[in-house]
Design a protein around this ligand. Structure first.
Ligand code: SAH
Length: 509
């Protein structure tokens, strides 16, 4: 067993502490006026990264772009995206030398308990003998899957029920890192129409890497067990703000014409959603102009800024109208919301794999999805985009491609998308990570690991590390991991009769 100690570098989380986006409310009132108002000698401008230059050139042609487009290019774009171009540039995102640390990298216990959770689900669902698939989206270094597989190996009947392990990963370099960990450095990867294949060091199970979940075949005879840890927060968001139109100006979009309910129109007859868009900061912009907080003012002025689109974009017409949760906010002046269409796509996909859909019903819903991430329990995220670099919070609009971008996860939107997509699923949670891990026996597992270390000065140091790391995962302080991180489960529909373990239920063998 690997030493827990190696995992416990005391460094900053992807989340870091929560505080309002410095580029939020202030810029929300700025309106982008176009390049005509800001004569920029664009050719001469020095950009911090090749991606910054590419973005600026694209915006020069198309006009300001949605925040989601900016985020997508920064994270997974072909030219120097944070995940897709990082290692090639000699950087590692994770750990002390990287930009942030995640729970599986803090303690092996995290992945072990998630493995146990899936074993408990497998037992509760009648211990299927075959057709089980393990799917992880956004596996990072592969540590979580490694810890899960090492745990599941101890439950031989479940281990032998697994057909295939799927890893959904956009980054070529991270796919290789995952293969090295799960299959060994010398294992080869072969390519097929679906993705890239290799064989796990655990029971010789086949592992398939794909770059999107859509590439994984949907088969209603399978039992998919899906895990997503700190994946949804990396999916691109659109941001919108409500603006009050002058009394004489009537909203003219389809949204205001006929889609709003009568109560919506009564509450806000003259309000309209506008999209926040990204454009280069005009030359001469200062930190004061952008409202940068004092702590970030020694950084160069960000090359890009977020402004409110002066007109109604295509996304502003339909995304904020796509759910009653957003429409209910129309009575709140200047309300801000973030909408993540990709997150709904993933949630719908998970749900239909588990429960089938109304057009393609699954004879017997089976499987489960466990989503662990940060975000509010029951409100819609707003102003939550953050940039992290080398364990420090930085502007999300500086050095594109070198800064990790993430946003709070809207768990309510995930539940909504999953239950609309499949009549065969139900959701449990979100519950706080501390509650989940404690119910899964984090303390008992830590004590067991410590006992195995025996006695001696070396062992004492390792025991202290074990204790520090598990306590960090369940810290309920205001920005502690136990409180900020939440866990949501999607399960086969059973009219709420069986609660899963970790969500108030027991293991039912
Ligand atoms: N789950 C890991 C890594 C979290 S970082 C951990 O907790 O340590 C986010 C992961 O998602 C990375 O592996 C990144 O490359 C991957 N990723 C981000 N956006 C993606 C996308 N659109 N499609 C597939 N993978 C993506």
């Amino acid at each position: 067993m690997r030493s827990n100690v190696l995992r416990t570098a005391q460094c900053g989380l992807r989340y870091l502490s929560r505080r309002p986006l410095s580029h939020g409310p202030k810029v929300a009132h700025q309106i982008y006026r176009g390049f005509a108002a800001t004569p920029v000698t664009r050719e001469e401008r020095q950009w911090s990264t090749p991606l910054a230059k590419q973005l600026a050139e694209a915006i020069n042609i198309t006009g300001p772009i949605p925040l989601a487009s900016y985020m997508r290019m920064c994270l997974t774009g072909d030219i120097g995206g944070y995940y897709t171009g990082a290692i090639e540039a000699g950087r590692d995102q994770f750990g002390r030398k990287g930009d942030f640390i995640t729970s599986p990298e803090i303690s092996q216990i995290f992945g072990e308990l998630i493995g146990v959770w899936f074993v408990a689900e497998w037992m509760s669902q009648g211990r299927p003998k075959q057709g089980v698939e393990l799917i992880e989206v956004g596996p990072g270094r592969g540590t979580l899957m490694d810890d899960m597989l090492r745990t599941i190996r101890n439950f031989k009947d479940m281990a032998s029920s697994i057909d295939t392990i799927y890893m959904v990963e956009a980054s070529v370099e991270l796919r290789t890192a995952q293969k090295n960990l799960l299959c060994g450095k010398d294992a080869v990867m072969t390519e097929s129409e679906i993705g890239w294949h290799s064989t796990s060091k655990y029971n010789g199970l086949p592992i398939v890497w794909t770059d999107s979940i859509k590439a994984i075949p949907q088969d209603s005879s399978k039992t998919p067990f899906i895990v997503a840890h700190e994946f949804f927060d990396a999916l691109p968001i659109h941001a919108f703000q409500l603006v009050d139109l002058p009394p004489t100006q009537k909203p003219t979009t389809p949204e205001s014409n006929n889609k709003t309910s009568s109560s919506d129109s009564a509450a806000a007859p003259n309000r309209q959603w506008r999209e926040m868009v990204v454009s280069p900061t005009p030359k001469g912009t200062t930190h004061a102009d952008l409202g940068t907080p004092q702590a970030e003012r020694h950084d160069p002025v960000p090359e890009f800024q977020l402004t409110l689109s002066p007109s109604v974009t295509r996304h502003a017409q339909y995304l904020p109208e796509s759910s009653p949760r957003y429409r209910a906010l129309k009575s709140i002046p200047s309300a801000l919301i973030e909408v993540c269409p990709d997150s709904s796509i993933y949630a719908s996909d998970f749900a239909t794999r588990i429960g089938g859909s109304s057009t393609s019903p699954k004879p017997r819903p089976s499987g489960a999805a466990l989503i662990l991430d940060y975000g509010p329990t029951d409100t819609i995220p707003a102003n939550s985009l953050r940039g992290i670099r080398q364990h420090r919070r930085v502007s999300p609009f500086a050095a594109p491609g070198l800064v990790d971008l993430s946003a709070d996860v809207d768990f309510g939107a995930i539940v909504e998308a999953a239950t609309i997509a499949s009549p065969g699923v139900e959701c449990h949670g979100p519950v706080e990570q501390a509650y989940f891990l404690e119910a899964m026996g984090v303390q008992q597992r830590a004590e067991m690991l410590s006992r195995k270390l025996g006695a001696g000065p070396n062992a004492d140091e390792k025991k202290k590390e074990i204790e520090r790391s598990w306590k960090r995962l369940v810290d309920r302080g205001p920005s502690g991991m136990g409180k900020i991180y939440k866990v949501l489960a999607i399960l086969p529909e059973n009219e709420g009769r069986r609660r899963p373990v970790g969500f108030g239920g027991d293991v039912s063998p």
